[in-house]
Design a protein. Structure first.
Length: 358
């Protein structure tokens, strides 16, 4: 979709080897557009795996941390690929289809994740295949209050019947797609998986359908702020090979009773021992913006670090997520974030910062 971005006046940046749009009309305006109307996102940089074969579900249960016992066909689940110590190799979405399982991975994991899943398949003797379809598929998202109205005229399925974290197969602009009611913004919306050769056709059709509703393309800058407002983690910052999902307040992505899943026994032991660190949300009205890596202080002593931060145009506040010593994680507590050598007061608040109206 590179040519479409350039034609639309996007400012392009390198993102893990991909030339991606960081913004079009401006990050603040783009956040507001998604919150109030709708925006179209290029997600082709994300990786996509497909598991097939008689043992595909057994393999999924071996490598995927989420609770899947009650996951119906046509539904999706958030979770992790964990190493033996319980730290996430990646955070992923799993889509349980009738004859196959789709796994969406991060751009940072496009090389390592497929190799790791294949290695677990071979080590466990599973009768399954792991196909990396990242270079064959495009992935596009429409997000915001007008998403369903934008997509429905192009779609061969009744989208009102697709639940949150559900999906279906249907044509969009005459292109066969997997249509998932998932996203990374905190708004209603859909993610579309289609053949790479048809990406431009789908992109242009969705933009044309949503033009009268205010839909415009949105860049990575706004996407990052949107997910931060909605309390969604970014791999490499909120979670990584040194921050586990329990510390990051992401236990909803864990099936802790699944002792046969890689990494789960280590997390069960960590929970029983008690967590020394906890993720918190912080906000301030005015002042300087906190950024990733800023130190969190209490009475001048370092007690944690900011994992993500920025200015929230939706809330008109400076917001941040941080990992701190557990005894400082209580809501209502005031902590300082060191910004350019000076401490600035922030208050610990509930997560997420923003929840869309229902």
């Amino acid at each position: 979709l590179y040519d479409a971005h350039v034609a639309a006046g996007a400012r392009m940046v390198d993102f893990h080897g991909w030339q991606m749009p960081v913004q079009y009309e401006g990050i603040i305006a783009e956040v507001d557009r998604v919150r109030t109307k709708g925006g179209l996102f290029d997600l082709c940089h994300m990786g996509r795996l497909v598991l097939r074969g008689p043992d595909r579900e057994a393999l999924m249960n071996r490598v995927f941390s989420g609770r899947t016992a009650k996951l119906a066909h046509g539904r999706a689940k958030y979770g992790f690929l964990l190493n033996e110590a319980g730290f996430p190799i990646d955070d992923v979405l799993v889509y349980r289809d009738v004859d196959e399982i789709h796994i969406v991975i991060n751009a940072t994991g496009r090389e390592a994740d497929p190799a790791w899943v294949r290695a677990q398949c071979e080590a466990g003797g599973f009768d399954a295949t792991v196909e990396d379809v990242s270079d064959d598929q495009a992935m596009i998202a429409i997000q915001g209050p007008v998403s369903e109205m934008t997509l429905q005229p192009l779609c061969g399925a009744d989208l009102s019947g697709v639940p949150y974290y559900g999906f279906c197969h249907a044509p969009v602009a005459d292109v066969p797609c997997l249509i998932a009611r998932t996203g990374y913004t905190g708004e209603d919306g859909f993610e579309l998986f289609c053949p790479k050769a048809d990406a431009m056709q789908v992109w242009e059709a969705v933009l044309a359908s949503g033009k009268s509703l205010g839909v415009e393309p949105i860049g990575l800058g706004a996407r990052d702020l949107l997910r931060l407002e909605a309390g969604m983690p970014l791999y490499g910052q909120e979670i990584n090979l040194e921050i586990n999902p329990l510390e990051a307040d992401l236990s909803f992505g864990l099936g802790l009773k699944r002792a046969d899943t890689i990494g789960i026994p280590a997390l069960v032991a960590a929970k029983a021992a008690g967590l020394a660190r906890r993720a918190i949300s912080l906000e301030a009205k005015g002042g300087r913006v906190a950024r990733t890596g800023c130190r969190v202080l209490s009475d001048g002593a370092e007690i944690g670090i900011v994992t993500s931060g920025g200015y929230s145009p939706t809330l008109e506040k400076n917001i941040a997520r941080a990992l701190v010593n557990a005894e400082y994680a209580d809501e209502g507590k005031t902590l300082d974030i060191e910004i350019r050598g000076k401490g600035h007061p922030f208050t610990v608040v509930p997560a997420p910062f923003y929840t869309r109206p229902r």
